[in-house]
Design a protein around this ligand. Structure first.
Ligand SMILES: [Fe+2]
Length: 295
């Protein structure tokens, strides 16, 4: 069990994020320690633990301290197990429905994971679902020599800094989120999206634990604002995305081998910078079940 006395936390940017020290995540932890981590999580939104060495089982055990692990799925269909049986570097993942690899690596021409290569626009993990994930927890296993950084935006701050008139106009409104499995391309509303996972959520949401309000839209998957003409909706959304992604609202995480990085999807959006195509990047991911967002 955990022999921890005190966790340290060093802020990583003025916007959000903290590096947490004083803990080896391989060991089980007391309820008290888990509560301390949760408290830091609510304060800093993104937590970084350096130099960790979590097995598949270790990551699952650590994540379980914060809720029910979500099963990986795609459009309602579970990923084929065979997809995860390809990579010998992490053989235990093949039978574990709660973990997936975020990776561009292929074996015999087949991807070992999801979300592949290149940069990726800001998004909420599973914002297109009725119950978006509460938390995402990533562990760095293999990294490119440069790039592939994860950018985090503080959506509390984005909400709080919104011009008053915009806040008044969007109060009580909902937005449509659609998942089309793209990484840097707007959702095409001209196409039939009924088979793509989608959901309506309030534009402004209240965090159920902190009571703080967030802006809950993202550039990748938020397609339309309910109750506005198409052009007006598109212009307003662009304004919201640009506002949320302003540099003063961002923490850019430069990954190191062994990092465990976890964030709260209810108040944070994230994106990814480009990295060399010919270099391998592997992150092991698990997510925690969430609740329907409310305003
Ligand atoms: Fe993501």
């Amino acid at each position: 069990m955990d022999t921890l006395t005190e966790l340290g936390a060093t802020p990583l940017s003025p916007a959000l994020g903290a590096e947490v020290t004083g803990i080896d995540l391989r060991h089980g932890m007391s309820g008290e320690t888990a509560a301390q981590i949760l408290e830091l999580w609510r304060r800093y939104l993104v937590l970084v633990f350096r130099d960790q060495d979590l097995s598949t089982e270790g990551q699952r055990r650590f994540a379980s301290n914060f809720g029910t692990l979500r099963e990986r799925q795609r459009g309602g269909t579970k990923f084929a197990k065979s997809k995860y049986a390809l990579w010998e570097g992490d053989p235990n993942i093949r039978d574990d429905p709660n973990l997936l690899l975020v990776s561009n690596v292929t074996v015999d021409g087949k991807p070992i994971g999801s979300l592949a290569e290149g940069d990726m626009w800001f998004h909420i993990d599973s914002g297109y679902a009725e119950r978006p994930y509460k938390y995402t927890i990533l562990h760095a296993i293999k990294l490119p020599s440069e790039g592939g950084n994860t950018l985090f935006a503080n959506m509390y701050r984005a909400y709080e800094a919104l011009p008053r008139d915009l806040r008044d106009r969007l109060k009580g409104r909902k937005a449509l989120h659609i998942h089309e499995y793209k990484r840097r391309e707007k959702v095409n509303l001209g196409e039939d999206f009924s088979n793509s996972p989608h959901a309506f959520h309030p534009v402004f949401t209240t965090h159920p634990e902190t009571g703080r309000k967030s802006l809950f839209v993202d550039r990748l998957m938020t397609a339309r604002l309910e109750g506005f003409a198409p052009e007006e909706s598109a212009a307003l959304l662009d304004q919201l995305f640009d506002h949320a992604e302003r540099p003063e609202n961002i923490y850019a995480h430069v990954w190191r081998y062994g990092d465990v990085v976890m964030w709260d999807n209810r108040c944070v959006t994230h994106g990814r910078t480009n990295f060399p195509k010919d270099q391998e990047r592997i992150l092991r991911r698990c997510t925690i079940e969430g609740e329907p967002p409310f305003e």
